[in-house]
Write a protein that binds this ligand. Structure first.
Ligand SMILES: Cc1cc2nc3c(=O)[nH]c(=O)nc-3n(C[C@H](O)[C@H](O)[C@H](O)COP(=O)(O)OP(=O)(O)OC[C@H]3O[C@@H](n4cnc5c(N)ncnc54)[C@H](O)[C@@H]3O)c2cc1C
Length: 371
């Protein structure tokens, strides 16, 4: 089948990496992205890229030097507190091969690597329809024909319904995202250490994570019914902060400062696709990244999988022969993601449990023993 005209829906890390790798192999994909430019909305916090997946994809894409220059290997530390503010675990400067990089910086490295005109900003895709010539990609008032369409459009993919009936399910946990400038928040700076801080109590979690450029990203996480989470999304920042103060009442003042002093960014209910999500392969259409295997951030694998998927899919799309190379990519990708998704579900239930910090402490200690 023809594979000359390739549409990638979504210019997140997975879609951009796929475009880069296809261009290196002589193809000319088009990326449709609903954002109007690269900094239209906050891209989220720091990501750690793993050697065998995220970093490997960047190496193959010829972007290792740019990644090394921009990443922060010094920010891989872990701290764990209980809700009384007692420090239970502190690994301040480990030499894991998982350097951190800000999401905006990673996106810019990928954007800079693409040929001019590859990315169509401000192109929210409303629908994909099979046509005589392949597939119609339909936006607001326009449509264009492609041989292959790749859904790299994240949690609420518009490509996925053509392949699968699965829909993301609310995981019962909502994160409120907060931001801190180190210069204005020395106490949060001290609390965080060189990496990530978790404070874990009964079914509630506070996280702060060091980002680049003197920023720290924070999350207050708690179990909420889906309807309440939806209502919180409509509340003012002041109202959300008040609700959080009530929910975390009794926690140590040093930890309450996270809720009281952070700049409000947003309310983010966590959704996931079923663990092991897969579909009947359909020539001309496929998925990668969160569109294929959305999971909670509690495995730290999401972006790494998206980049690894892009690498494998680029090889499959440029293999000679029929669609079977892509079918094999889909099977291997689903199997790999299932392991991470099970880990993410376990991580979420360990962090948000009635046992407080104990399960997270056991997890950290086990990781140290493995090294
Ligand atoms: C709070 C939080 C923290 C996280 N922390 C980590 C971490 O530490 N490590 C890690 O590995 N992962 C982490 N993740 C997960 C990680 O962010 C995702 O797995 C990763 O971004 C997936 O990349 P992607 O390219 O598949 O999708 P996305 O990054 O979601 O990109 C999808 C793109 O598609 C665009 N789009 C969507 N719909 C359309 C449409 N209809 N038309 C056009 N464009 C569209 C979007 O604007 C977006 O740019 C975290 C996630 C969250 C929520």
């Amino acid at each position: 089948m023809a594979r000359n005209r390739i549409a990638i829906i979504g210019g997140g890390p997975g879609g951009l990496m796929l475009a880069r790798l296809l261009q290196l192999r002589g193809l000319a994909p088009v990326v449709f992205e609903r954002d109007t430019h690269g900094t239209q909305r906050p891209q989220g916090g720091s990501l750690d890229l793993h050697g065998q997946t995220g970093q490997h994809a960047l190496r193959v894409a010829g972007l290792e030097a740019a990644f090394t220059a921009a990443s922060r290997p010094e920010d891989q530390g872990d701290r764990l507190y209980d809700s009384a503010g007692t420090l239970l675990f502190d690994r301040d400067a480990p030499s894991d091969d998982r350097p951190e990089i800000d999401r905006t910086v990673l996106r810019q490295i990928l954007l800079d690597s693409l040929l001019p005109g590859t990315l169509r900003w401000g192109s929210r895709i409303a629908k994909i329809m099979p046509s005589d010539k392949g597939f119609s990609v339909i936006g607001a008032g326009w449509q264009e024909e492609f041989d292959v369409v790749v859904g790299a459009d994240g949690a609420w993919s518009c490509v996925r319904p053509l392949l699968s009936d699965a829909v993301p399910v609310y995981e019962g946990v909502t994160l409120v995202e907060l931001g801190f400038d180190v210069a204005r928040h020395p106490a949060i700076d001290l609390l965080t250490g060189r990496g990530k801080m978790f404070a874990v109590g009964d079914n509630r979690v506070l996280v702060t994570q060091r980002n680049g450029f003197g920023h720290i990203r924070g999350y207050a996480g708690l179990r909420l019914p889906e309807e309440t989470a939806r209502q919180w999304r409509g509340l003012s920042p002041r109202q959300v902060r008040m609700a959080l103060q009530e929910a975390f009442a009794g926690w140590a003042p040093s930890l309450m400062a996270v809720i009281q002093s952070g700049d409000f960014i947003g309310v983010r209910p966590l959704y996931a696709l079923p663990v092991g999500h897969c579909w009947q392969s359909r020539p001309g259409l496929t998925l990668l990244g969160d569109a294929a295997h959305l999971m909670s951030p509690f495995s730290g694998e999401g972006v790494n999988l998206a980049l690894a998927d892009a690498l494998d899919l680029a090889s499959a799309l440029t293999a000679t022969g029929d669609w079977s190379a892509v079918t094999r990519y889909e099977a291997a990708m689903s199997a790999r993601a299932a392991i991470a998704a099970a880990g993410a579900a376990q991580g979420l239930n360990g962090a948000f449990s009635p046992q407080g910090a104990a399960p997270v402490l056991a997890h950290y200690r086990a990781r140290v023993c493995e090294m």
